[in-house]
Write a protein that binds this ligand. Sequence first.
Ligand SMILES: [Zn+2]
Length: 362
Amino acid sequence: MDNQNKICSVDDCNRKVFTKLSKEKCVLHCEKSGIHRHHRSYHLLGSSFSTELENYIKKSKKETCNYFIGVHFPWIDSRDEADYGYAIFFKESRGKIDFEECHFYDILYKKYFVNSNIDFVEFYKCVFHIDYPIIGLDTEIYFKCCFERKVCNNEKNITPSLEFQQCTFQKEVIFDNALITGNIFIVRDNNVQSIFHDKLKFDNCVFDNSQKLFLDSDNNKDLSIKLKSCEFRKKFKIRSIEVEGKDYIEQQKNKAKLKSLKIIDCTAEDGTYLRFGFLDIEDFVLQNLRLPQNSELNIGDCRFKEFELSNFRNIGKFKLYKTNILENEEGQSFQINNTSIGNADFQGINLLSFKKVKLFIQ
Ligand SMILES: [Zn+2]
């Protein structure tokens, strides 16, 4: 069939189909996966996309400023940035940009926005097909977005207004060497949390604000969480979300199951409250934590395959309660090694059910 004069199938789009890549969509709306610099349509795509996006912006400015719907932003080789890069599109913009149902095949560099006085971007139902470093603007909100690959930060200070709400992370999420001043994984009243499929790792991060990570039992079966060399300055909580209208027994069956939860070489400030609870965890490790006075570590209502607490110096308050084995697993073990437990409160720990128990308390 001749597609030359066919019109894009997206509602209200009157552009011609970009036949080099699509049978039914225009150059802005067509999918752009697998495009590299030697792809036969790469240069044509770059120039056509630039031209059409510029027209789109001119047109949309009359209605709503800075609003992109359904656009698939292509990957551009850095050598071609001057010709096809996106920076020019945002150059006259100010304030906020909204992206709705857009797809990204390339990173959004901070310079695109900073040079144009944009300090607020909001992404709604967008898909990120690449390893994605968050941009680093004053406010970044990701709502119902899907990250197909790694998500990370590329600068030390993560804005107070970075929020992920009801997003899906298909690969790992890694924050490295970051000062985190907001609650980044938000759950609103409707109790729908982001979904993690792989790893959530905070390496060398400072949590300057209280953090609540609530996990949804249906969607986080293979998640590993690691907190390495982090500093907790405020309340820090990881737990399963409660499903409304269910009683305690039902809630128990419905806890999120983590592959691992490891808290290693972290420090807590005086007065901090750390809570890891209401979870099923295959491999739990808490190593090298010194809990200062007026602080509390609370681990409870969990089932473990392996539980290990080592080099723990408690000058604050430590509460371990309702601890059981994860059933249908082999070789459950419970170990407390080289630990000065201080003011500890143990309740309802079913030690006999663990196959291996080792306690070395100073
Ligand atoms: Zn279109």
